[in-house]
Ligand binder design. Sequence first.
Ligand SMILES: Cc1cc2nc3c(=O)[nH]c(=O)nc-3n(C[C@H](O)[C@H](O)[C@H](O)COP(=O)(O)OP(=O)(O)OC[C@H]3O[C@@H](n4cnc5c(N)ncnc54)[C@H](O)[C@@H]3O)c2cc1C
Length: 322
Amino acid sequence: MSTVKSQQQEALARLGSIATANESLAQYTTYRVGGDAAVFASPRNEDDLHLVAEVVRDTGLPTLVVGRGSNLLVADAGFAGIVVSLANMAEWVRFEDVVVNVGAAMALPVLARRCVAAGLVGFEWAVGVPGSVGGAVRMNAGGHGSDMAASLVGVHLLDLRTTNNAWVAVDKLHLRFRGSDIADHQVVIDAQLLLQRGDTEAAEATLTEIVRWRREHQPGGQNAGSVFVNPIPGQLAAAELIDKIGLRGFRIGGAAVSEKHANFIQAGENCTAADVRAVIEHVRAEVKRTAGVELRSEVTLVGFDDLPWANDVTLHHIGIAL
Ligand SMILES: Cc1cc2nc3c(=O)[nH]c(=O)nc-3n(C[C@H](O)[C@H](O)[C@H](O)COP(=O)(O)OP(=O)(O)OC[C@H]3O[C@@H](n4cnc5c(N)ncnc54)[C@H](O)[C@@H]3O)c2cc1C
C-alpha cells in the first residue's frame, strides 16, 4: 500500500464514526461538480474536532475545510486528504446585547435575518451571500458596501497541523478584499461580531431590497458567485471586461459564462470540474490577450496544482501563528 493510502486508512480507523471514505464533494459545493474526499470528517463537538487535528498532525495528510461550498471548485480527481465539515457542531448563535457569538457553520442569510429580528443592524448585506460564517471570515465576504471586516471582533481558530487553538483578534487575521491570512489547515470554529441597535423596520426593508436586487442581477442554479476578483474594486469590474469581449454565454461542455452576469460561470447538466476550469482558463486568457489584465480567481480552487496562477498567495497562505 502506498504511503498516502496507508495514511488515509490510519485516519479513517482513528476517526471511526465521524469520518467516511470516498465521499463525493460535489454534493457539498454549489457548483455540484468535483471528485471525492478520501476522508470526510464531520466532528460533532470540539473533542471530535481536536481528534481530527491530532490525526492530521500524525498522518501529515493535507486538509480542506468545507463550509457551504459556495466559493469552491474541487477538481474531478477529488481531494486525497482530510476534508472537515463543521455542519454537525457549529450551527448556533447567541446574542448578548450588541455582541453576536456565532458558530462557523451558521448560514449567512439566516444570521442576517436573525440579527435584524434581534433588533441589530449592520449585517443585512449578508442576506444574499449563500456561505457560512467560517467561509465568510476566511474570504472576508462582502457586498452592498460592507464586509465581514466591518463587524468582526475575532474568531476561535484551530490549527489542524499543530492542534493549537486560540482566540484571534480581527487585526491578526489581516482581512482584505475577499481574503485573509487564514490557511487551508486552519479552522474558524466560531466568530464574534459587534453590531448596533437600530431601526428594525428599515433593516427589514433593506433585507427585502437586497434579495430583490440579487434575483434581478444574479443567476440562480449551480455557480459559485463571482469567479474573478474585480481588478480595481469599485472601478474596474471583471464582469465588464468579460462582457466587452463578447464572452457572455461562452460554453465548454456543461459549463458556460452566465447570460445574466458575465463574472458568473454556470454549471449545467453533465458538467465536470474540468469544464468549469476550461471556461475559467479561456476567459482569463482572452481578457489578458485583449485588455492586458491578469484576472485573479475569487473562487477557491482545490486540486488544480498544475495551474500556476491557482496557487496565488492570495488563495493559499502559510497561516496565522497560534
Ligand atoms: C450566488 C452566489 C452569490 C455570491 N455572492 C457573494 C457576494 O456578494 N460576496 C462575497 O463575498 N461572496 C459571494 N459569494 C461567494 C461565497 O458565498 C462566499 O465566499 C462565502 O463566504 C463562502 O462561504 P462558504 O461557507 O460557502 O465557504 P466554502 O466555499 O465552503 O469555502 C471557501 C473557503 O473558505 C474556507 N472555509 C470554509 N469554512 C471555513 C472554516 N470554518 N474555517 C476556515 N476556513 C473555512 C474553505 O476552506 C475555502 O478556502 C457568492 C456565491 C454564490 C453561489
